[in-house]
Ligand binder design. Structure first.
Ligand code: SF4
Length: 459
């Protein structure tokens, strides 16, 4: 059966509700600590099915597969249990960062305001033994600002450098995996080098926050709550591992749905949880109300980069972005006209069907776009497979519609308006053009050799 998100002609992905055929993998045990019977033991037996993963499972090596499956509730409980033991040398500071696209899921599912959902989720996690709960919006601020600057630089050198344009967004690991393993050199030089919000949050927690707290990075266990399983694969990338400390920027990704499973298994309702203000990376200061970026169904890369480029390159202030739907609502275009000429042409391409159409144009040399915000999930991140599926594996459209309403109602804050971001550029990153910015906020994407069958795609 050909699945929505598969990139191969013959897809080996199985339907989530077809459990009999799905391959399930027991979580590997890094040590025996969690074999002990304790209060978390019964919660830890959930299995991840290969079919839960958005990326094509045939593209995963067995080692990657094993490490992805380690990132589940069981690993989270292993750390919680470790922290209860007498041997304090093994204790970890447990930090959880929550993606902004996960909060509308909790708000819609439990009929809460998004601010209440954030505080109750924080209260629940802390009741389990989590020390710090962060919001990853600040990491998205950095990611957008770096993407904006990179786009302007690429635009300015477009006539000297063959691969400067188009630029493709880099925040979606489902898209990145497809680009690196299937599309390879056709696309990889065009991918923006700014790290995704998840991985920038990893740098902030294991770098900035660790330094503030006088902690070595490996003493922090960093969990991210995200809308999809692909984020687990992203966390494993070699670029995001520091050998010196034997430490990943993100140690474990749990989907929003996996968090709800923990609540259900502990018989906890969000409505009964005490509200606790979300922490910030800056000492005792707590986060205020939840804010989001422009862009109703994504982190807003297209809108922010478009407005920034219009101003920087053409001196035009764009107040409101007008989308033109192309083939469907998941393939839209935005243009800037100046003196009767189209000077900027951006697109949003969500879902693999639209991505494939976009790539077909690129292969035929008929590509008109300067920038494309590419997301693997139709509808964007709110529709991530880790939060919008019903128990039988079907998309929960009613819930998604509520989540979209919740998300759209969150106030927008420009990344430039975050004073902490500006301060961190100066105090921690040594200026906006520093080597440290490149090392901390950027990465590289390149073609990954695959077997012949994976490349056997006819466009
Ligand atoms: S578009 Fe889907 S796969 Fe990509 S980051 Fe968002 S939720 Fe994950």
């Amino acid at each position: 059966m050909k699945c929505e998100n598969c990139t191969k002609k013959e897809c080996s992905k199985k339907q989530k509700n077809d459990d009999a055929q799905s391959t399930s993998v027991d979580v590997l045990s890094p040590n025996d600590d969690f074999e002990e019977k304790n209060e978390f033991f019964t919660l830890a037996n959930a299995k991840i099915l290969l079919s839960d993963c958005l990326a094509c499972d045939s593209c995963m090596t067995s080692e990657e597969g094993a490490r992805v499956f380690q990132q589940n509730q069981k690993e989270f409980f292993r750390i919680l249990n470790l922290n209860k033991k007498c041997d304090t040398s093994k204790h970890k500071v447990l930090a959880v960062s929550i993606c902004p696209q996960s909060l509308p899921y909790f708000a819609a599912k439990f009929s809460l305001s998004v601010n209440d959902a954030a505080k109750r989720l924080c209260g629940f996690l802390k009741s389990l033994g989590v020390h710090y709960v962060f919001d990853t919006t600040i990491a998205a601020d950095f990611s957008i600002l770096e993407s904006q600057r990179e786009f302007v630089q690429r635009y300015q050198r477009r006539s000297q450098e063959e691969h400067a344009l188009p630029m493709f967004a880099s925040a979606c690991p489902g898209w990145i995996r497809y680009a690196e393993r299937v599309l390879t050199n056709l696309v990889t030089p065009h991918i923006c080098t700014a790290k995704s919000p998840q991985q920038i949050m990893g740098s902030l927690v294991k770098g900035y926050f660790a330094r503030q707290q006088n902690l070595s990075p490996e003493k922090i266990f960093h969990v991210v709550v995200a809308p999809c399983y692909d984020k687990k694969l992203e966390a494993l990338r070699e670029d995001f591992y520091t050998a010196l400390y034997n430490s990943q920027e993100v140690d474990c990704v749990l989907t929003s749905g996996e968090i709800v499973q923990i609540m259900e298994q502990k018989n906890v309702s969000m409505k009964d949880v005490t509200e606790v203000a979300v922490d910030s990376l800056f000492g005792e200061i707590k986060e205020g109300d939840v804010v989001r970026h422009d862009g109703k169904r994504s982190d807003g890369y297209l809108e922010h980069i478009f407005k920034h480029a219009a101003k920087e390159l053409f001196g035009v202030d764009v107040e409101e972005i007008t989308y033109k739907a192309l083939k469907n609502k998941d393939f839209q275009e935005v243009t800037l006209e100046k003196d009767g000429e189209t000077v900027l042409r951006f697109a949003a391409a969500y879902g693999f069907r639209n991505i494939q159409n976009m790539v077909l144009k690129l292969k035929k040399g008929k590509f008109l776009y300067h920038f494309v915000e590419v997301l693997a999930c139709p509808g964007g991140c709110l529709n991530g497979k880790g939060q919008t599926q019903t128990e039988d594996g079907k998309p929960d459209k009613a819930l998604l519609s509520q989540m979209e309403d919740v998300y759209a109602a969150i106030p927008v804050r420009l990344p430039e308006a975050n004073v902490y971001v500006q301060k961190m550029y100066q105090d921690w990153l040594e200026g906006m053009d520093s080597r440290k910015v490149q090392e901390t906020l950027h990465t590289k994407y390149s073609a990954v050799n695959q077997t012949a069958s994976n490349l056997d795609i006819k466009w």
